[in-house]
Design a binder for this molecule. Structure first.
Ligand code: DC
Length: 234
């Protein structure tokens, strides 16, 4: 096999955590495409569990049924152009998992210990294969505490709300900016106050407040962190 201009490190884990709307998905997708890393959207996996629970009429407090659902669920990602297509039990759910209802339901199922245990095990298996970018809430604290690069992306609730609002408008969803900011606050509270691996910054993560930054600036800052590690041959 001939080696090309940029050599890809065999095993480098980049963990990008932070609250909703901090820009994790946008930034992680650009980085993964640019560096040819596998992209794992861990939030999409909780969203698949939420959607499947709704379809199967499973209540969020029925932990045994959710555990069974997680044992049986088949989640796959397919990278296409700039889209990370999501398939759940063989069916495409890329759009269906992104509704405001799934925002709240995924946050609720993600607090269930059996769901977290099952998904973390899946995420570790997916991440073992090569250089990866994982985005989520616990990528650098629980899934891969030994990740070579850890970033905690943050921004004010107003800025995060505005970003989500614009995203939702583009997808033709209704709702006011105030509603979106309120939901962001609620989800922040759910995600950071749950007993089982709450959203938290790893002690060794780089904290990046993106409130006043544009996308290329954030991408550049993280690329630099990755280059430093990749260059070290760690
Ligand atoms: O990143 P997202 O908005 O797609 O995530 C959906 C929900 O899943 C979010 O409210 C919190 C939860 N989540 C989690 O608990 N742990 C992760 N690693 C990723 C997401």
């Amino acid at each position: 096999m001939t080696s090309k201009t940029t050599s890809k490190p065999k095993r480098l884990v980049v963990a990008i955590d932070g609250p909703s709307g901090a820009g994790k998905s946008t930034i992680s997708k650009i980085l993964a495409a640019r560096l040819h890393f596998t992209y794992i959207d861990t939030g999409a996996m909780y969203r698949c569990v939420a959607l499947e629970a709704k379809k199967q009429h499973i209540a969020v407090d029925d932990e045994a049924a959710l555990a069974r659902l997680c044992r049986e669920i088949d989640i796959r990602f397919q990278w296409e152009g700039k889209t990370n297509r999501v398939f759940c039990n063989g069916e495409e759910v890329t759009e269906e998992i992104r509704t405001p209802e799934m925002d709240m339901l995924s946050s609720a199922v993600s607090a269930v210990p059996a769901v977290r245990e099952a998904l973390v095990a899946m995420q570790r298996r997916m991440g073992e294969k090569g250089p990866v970018i994982l985005e989520g809430r616990d990528a650098g604290t629980v899934i891969f505490p030994q990740a070579e690069v850890k970033v905690y992306l943050d921004a004010s609730p107003q800025v995060r709300g505005r970003r989500r609002f614009l995203e939702q408008q583009q997808r033709g969803l209704s709702g006011s900016l105030e509603q979106v900011i309120e939901e962001i606050r609620k989800r922040d509270l759910n995600d950071s106050s749950r007993a089982h691996s709450p959203l938290a910054q790893a002690a060794d993560a780089h904290h990046l407040d993106t409130t006043g930054m544009d996308i290329p600036e954030v991408v550049e800052a993280i690329t630099e962190l990755i280059r430093e590690k990749a260059g070290n041959g760690d």
